[in-house]
Design a protein around this ligand. Sequence first.
Ligand code: SF4
Ligand code: SF4
Ligand code: SF4
Length: 141
Amino acid sequence: MIPDDLPFALKVERLEAILPQTQCRLCDFEGCKPYAVAMAQGEALTDRCPPGGDEGARALAEALGVPFLAYDRSRGLAVPGIVARVIEEDCIGCTKCIQACPADAIIGGNKLMHVVINDWCTGCELCVPACPVDCIEMIEL
Ligand code: SF4
Ligand code: SF4
Ligand code: SF4
């Protein structure tokens, strides 16, 4: 459990280290750090992160010394091991996916075909609705 007298910034750091860093925003915060801040402030429960699954929710509850809550399935499901793939022949090079990707995992230029760097893709799926021609799919690695 995180000691009560730990400085706020360190508390946030400890909570953030538990979060999976997909930056998917399924928790309804702008990323993992803002969610960690809200939890450290006592303003958010520990059940909001689907990518962390129940294991992550348990680790957060233990860190904060609060009862375990299973992660809230209505926010999404924990799906490990998926990455985005651009269907190259359909890509019009509009760059909207690059702007949507919080992990800088998509490369390509204006009017050029875009590709996903698998090692950097966290599987957050934020690029999928951003694509106007529906040419991004999620695949299992
Ligand atoms: S749902 Fe979890 S992984 Fe996604 S941004 Fe929030 S804390 Fe990060
Ligand atoms: S490529 Fe898509 S799924 Fe992968 S991290 Fe970027 S936005 Fe998320
Ligand atoms: S949003 Fe879709 S069409 Fe636009 S660059 Fe990305 S993959 Fe290509």
